[in-house]
Design a protein around this ligand. Structure first.
Ligand code: AVI
Length: 316
């Protein structure tokens, strides 16, 4: 099945459903990638700076928690290439301390991998880097055929974009790839007050609004739909149990035609399309997700405001 077919089928499913939804992984086309880069630089989007601070100030302790023997060659696998700005602190420290490792960023987007590879190879001429393009688990299946010890990085609270059931399955699947005592470094945004969380998803410059609206633009452009963007608004919500959710809300009663489906979808006034979940966590929630898995929390690194945590999970 091609990517376009999946998009078409998923949009059909989501817009036909009683509670309308569009999967957040469709945010990330070229424009979406650029908007997300901008989001990460917004003053309200505290997640990036908090995790950056953890990596900047605590890389040495993080590396100790990996429990790696210095001379033994190991592979540091990062799921989701990002821009490398946080990981670079870890790489710098590993190189300075003479660790023998290969850094393997994994991403579905070859473009993202090219950008991060160029940046890091320029910064660290002695870094051994081998980028791998593909779906996480396809690449992991391939990588785990080698016997070398591994550490997996999954940072940026990317797990939070999955609902708890899917996140539980995802962690379980990751665990099956690790050998006893190998580590997963998992970066998670923590539960905190709505006064802090909501602005992160509703910034004053309107970048997050544009990011959310870009979904409708994509459906118009890729599937020949006639969404009128002005007829929808961006609406983030937050529940104290730690669920930040984003919606696109229809301002009026209206119909939208999707040419590639030859189908018309009706929207009531104030009807919502759910577009994203950004889960916030604490130890209890994470332990629940790890129930019946072979991973356990062995360490935790916090930023100075206690907003964000990088957990070290060890394979039992
Ligand atoms: C990629 N992910 C962790 C971001 C988040 O915070 O859920 C995506 C995002 N959506 C709106 N702003 C940022």
């Amino acid at each position: 099945m091609t990517k376009e077919n999946t998009f078409l089928e998923d949009i059909d499913l989501g817009l036909s459903s009683e509670k309308k939804f569009i999967s957040s992984h469709f945010f990330y086309d070229k424009i979406g990638d650029e908007l997300f880069q901008k989001i990460m630089e917004l003053p309200e989007y505290y997640l990036t700076n908090c995790e950056l601070e953890i990596f900047r100030d605590q890389s040495e302790s993080i590396i100790s928690s990996f429990d790696i023997i210095k001379d033994q060659e190991f592979e540091l696998i990062e799921l989701g290439a990002g821009d490398g700005k946080k990981t670079q602190y870890l790489l710098d420290n590993l190189l300075k301390n003479g660790y023998n490792f290969k850094y393997i960023p994994v991403d579905i987007s070859q473009n993202s991998l090219d950008v991060i590879s160029d940046r890091l190879v320029n910064l660290f001429p002695y870094l051994t880097l081998e980028a791998k393009q593909g779906e996480y688990f396809t690449v992991l299946d391939e990588l785990f055929s080698s016997e070398k010890p591994k550490v997996i990085l999954f940072i940026g609270s990317n797990l939070g974009n999955l609902n708890d059931e899917v996140a539980h399955d995802f962690l379980n699947k990751l665990a099956t790839h690790l050998k006893p005592n190998e580590k997963l470094l998992l970066g998670l945004d923590l539960i905190k007050s709505r006064e802090i969380v909501l602005p992160a998803y509703n910034d004053a410059q309107g970048v997050t609004r544009e990011f959310n609206m870009n979904l409708l633009k994509r459906i118009n452009e890729d599937l020949g739909a006639n969404f009128i963007l002005e007829n929808f608004k961006h609406q983030p919500e937050y529940t104290e149990e730690g669920f930040a959710k984003s919606y696109l809300v229809s301002k009026i009663k209206q119909e939208v035609y999707v040419k590639d489906l030859d189908k018309t979808f009706e929207f009531d006034e104030n009807e919502k399309i759910h577009t994203e979940i950004s889960r916030k966590y604490n130890d209890e929630i994470l332990n629940d997700l790890l129930k019946n898995s072979s991973l356990e929390i062995s360490d935790k690194f916090l930023d100075s405001k206690n907003y964000f945590a990088d957990y070290i999970l060890t394979k039992k």
